[in-house]
Write a protein that binds this ligand. Sequence first.
Ligand SMILES: NC(=O)c1ccc[n+]([C@@H]2O[C@H](COP(=O)([O-])OP(=O)(O)OC[C@H]3O[C@@H](n4cnc5c(N)ncnc54)[C@H](O)[C@@H]3O)[C@@H](O)[C@H]2O)c1
Ligand SMILES: O=c1ccn([C@@H]2O[C@H](COP(=O)(O)OP(=O)(O)O[C@H]3OC[C@](O)(CO)[C@H]3O)[C@@H](O)[C@H]2O)c(=O)[nH]1
Length: 389
Amino acid sequence: MAATGVRLDLDGRPIKPMTICMIGAGGFIGSHLCEKVLFETPHKILALDVYNDKIKHLLEPETQTWADRIQFHRINIKHDSRLEGLIKMADLTINLAAICTPADYNTRPLDTIYSNFIDALPVVKYCSENNKRLIHFSTCEVYGKTIGSFLPTDSPLRQDPSYYVLNENTSPCIFGSIEKQRWSYACAKQLIERLIYAEGAENGLEFTIVRPFNWIGPRMDFIPGIDGPSEGVPRVLACFSNNLLRRQPLKLVDGGQSQRTFVYIKDAIEAVLLMIENSARANGHIFNVGNPHNEVTVQQLAEMMTEVYSKVSGEPPLESPTIDVSSKEFYGEGYDDSDKRIPDMTIINRQLGWNPKTSLWDLLESTLTYQHRTYAEAVKQAISKPVAS
Ligand SMILES: NC(=O)c1ccc[n+]([C@@H]2O[C@H](COP(=O)([O-])OP(=O)(O)OC[C@H]3O[C@@H](n4cnc5c(N)ncnc54)[C@H](O)[C@@H]3O)[C@@H](O)[C@H]2O)c1
Ligand SMILES: O=c1ccn([C@@H]2O[C@H](COP(=O)(O)OP(=O)(O)O[C@H]3OC[C@](O)(CO)[C@H]3O)[C@@H](O)[C@H]2O)c(=O)[nH]1
């Protein structure tokens, strides 16, 4: 499965095999990136994470053809002296490690800020001091709210893309007040972006910053009570999958009127591989990675997921498939929301020629087929178990 023959970059130069130190390799994005690198390139991976359940299929059995190209290190980067050595052994470091579920931002703001800023500091420092290239995962949340959201609801300017399309070099970062602790994550991500940018400007760090716009697909987060805590609140794909699997109405926070653009994880991973293998085109840039054509309100997402799940599971949809819930009830005090997220694709198009391919319907069809195959039986068994009194 590994690539054979000479592979060329976008400028026709041979791509040299490299060693990648991937921090957070055991998560949703990390697991897909590990697959891509192992199946389609000759590169080696030093995979660092606290967990490895999502990459077990890549680590075992050790007879797999790629086995000598991935090494798992169970490391918590908060406190592990092996981190610098592993970064030194690699040509490139990719940092994916983070607390990145909105339910945590206002309920565990300290953990969120430490994870997204303080814990990322040594990674940046070791890369800079050892002249190692860094690809750092930030977020589309650094844009916060759109300028258009502050206009009167009937203002025609709300239809003008310059009031809502999010551009890496020109859009401002607009967060709510400090008591809206939702923004702890976005603010920590923004500060680490600024630090990386400054390391590039003052000390010559070779960096690329990725701003993912709602990447979704198989292995995202967990299903509460099955492979994660019963009371846990994952991101929207897993929340709605959980509701569909349990035949419960999908909960629309504050009416589900916020808008998102969703991109299929496999499309997005193509963009990351282009960044990995085209350093001259990617260094010094911040890239939006999303699919501007897949925009829906959360309510429309719920309706589409209900329809797709019915198709892939063969079960009829519920008579009342959704229910409204207040954000205070769902997430607690201090929650706030991004109103709309459409990525400007000019920079990634110009530098890497990347475009997403998969429609929202198609990506939901493959993802919900996976969810049904992976979880339906376990959920059925969990539901049928008598509850302890
Ligand atoms: N999925 C998206 O759409 C999306 C959107 C915006 C930003 N991002 C960013 O992309 C990155 C990866 O996101 P994901 O969706 O794969 O999340 P994820 O939670 O699935 O993956 C993060 C991984 O990092 C690991 N990790 C966290 N803290 C660690 C530590 N101290 N030491 C070692 N490992 C640690 C976790 O165990 C987990 O496996 C994050 O930085 C996130 O902020 C993702
Ligand atoms: O059951 C639910 C769960 C969520 N919502 C609403 O859906 C919107 C999207 O929620 P989610 O995908 O969980 O998170 P966000 O898009 O707000 O934030 C993420 O964006 C990128 C990232 O940085 C990492 O993935 C993260 O911060 C939202 O409006 C929820 O309120 C719902 O209605 N019902």
